[in-house]
Design a protein around this ligand. Structure first.
Ligand code: ZN
Ligand code: ZN
Length: 102
């Protein structure tokens, strides 16, 4: 399941498009859960770096459905690992709640 999920997150074309549109509307690429900004932290090295997460649980996805930009969330590596830590993928809002309560 995790491998398949990761596979869907490797479609570089849609990821690029997602990053571009996010950057256009926010002026930065920061984690949608914790706000981490690789560019702020790592400078040039982190420029343009952020991970892409597919929000729809695979069990709810038809095979071969096209990924839409709205299906994706931009998250830092830590949050991304946490989203996938349990067998069933956490939602962005659940992880946010967990983060804010700790
Ligand atoms: Zn994060
Ligand atoms: Zn993911």
């Amino acid at each position: 399941m995790y491998k398949l999920h990761k596979f869907r997150e490797r479609n570089t074309k849609i990821i690029k498009a997602k990053k571009n549109s996010y950057f256009k509307s926010n002026g930065k690429l920061d984690c949608e859960v914790c706000g981490f900004d690789f560019y702020l932290k790592y400078g040039e090295l982190g420029k343009g770096f952020i991970e892409c997460h597919h929000k729809t649980p695979l069990s709810e996805l038809e095979p071969n459905t096209e990924t839409k930009l709205s299906d994706l969330a931009l998250v830092c590596s830590n949050c991304h690992r946490m989203l996938h830590k349990e067998i069933s993928t956490l939602s962005i809002s659940t992880l946010k709640e967990i983060l804010n309560s700790n």
